[in-house]
Design a protein around this ligand. Structure first.
Ligand code: AP5
Length: 213
């Protein structure tokens, strides 16, 4: 099962990718999570990426392309994967085409999650992420965040710097101008699965699974 999970910031890509990765036992490749790991390790690349990410800007295409290629090569990609957060520019589409050609990956499922701006802002300003295991939760649904339900770490939930409302709105603007055209680029190449991301998490998962079947 090879999946590209696409959609605006906060639409629920990470949440769904984590569920699907467990269900299908395939690797979740989140470019955002990989970048945040580099930041945590304080690598030179991570420190450079942090400057851009905190402001809501994109990291340079070639660097992200290399990162995705290396990651795919390091896993059993034939068995499957969920790509979350890439491609998000037309240049990244070119890079992905080259990576897929080299690795002989054909016809991945292309899932597009859709939601409106107000809901996204409401979700992202309430999002918290575990710094230990990357579990995502929402203060809209969970009030006690002292213990991570996945890894049991204490007091590890933090708000991402780029989840402040002004940065969220800037990320949405970049999505509309720079990332949305990716859909047109792939329109004739892949069959898209469009899904309403405004429904509850379980319902969105159920809809994805039904459509994949
Ligand atoms: P990245 O981490 O990829 O962020 P994003 O694409 O902006 O998406 P998010 O992680 O914000 O949202 P999501 O769709 O995963 O939603 P989530 O499931 O968390 O990228 C961050 C930055 O890294 C970029 O801005 C850029 O700087 C850089 N970067 C990354 N990839 C790059 C690339 N390819 N090129 C260049 N730069 C790159 O859900 C959000 C909240 O909603 C959570 O609290 C969740 O609990 C809740 N929620 C989810 N689903 C539901 C539901 N159905 N109902 C109710 N609540 C829900």
């Amino acid at each position: 099962m090879q999946i590209i999970l696409f959609g605006a910031p906060g639409v629920g890509k990470g949440t769904q990718a984590k569920i699907l990765s467990k269900k299908y036992k395939i690797q979740h490749i989140s470019t955002g999570d990989i970048l945040r790991d580099s930041i945590k390790k304080e690598t030179e690349f991570g420190l450079m990426a942090k400057q851009l990410m905190d402001k809501g800007d994109l990291v340079p295409d070639n660097l992200i392309g290399d990162l995705v290629k290396e990651f795919l090569k390091s896993i059993d990609y034939k068995k499957g994967f969920i790509l979350d957060g890439f491609p998000r520019t037309l240049e990244q589409c070119n890079l992905l085409d080259n990576i897929f050609a080299e690795l002989q990956i054909e016809n991945p499922h292309f899932i597009i999650l859709e939601s409106d701006t107000d809901l996204i802002v409401h979700r992202l300003t309430a999002r918290r992420q575990c710094t230990n295991c990357n579990t995502i939760i929402s203060l809209n649904h969970v009030k006690d965040i002292s213990t991570c339900p996945s890894c049991c770490a204490i007091d590890t939930f933090v708000k991402r710097e780029d989840d402040d409302e002004d940065v969220v709105r800037k990320r949405l603007e970049i999505y509309r101008k720079t990332t949305y055209p990716v859909i047109d680029y792939y329109r004739d190449k892949y069959n898209f699965i469009f899904l309403n991301a405004a429904e509850p998490v379980d319902k969105v998962t159920q809809n994805i699974i039904e459509r994949l079947n």
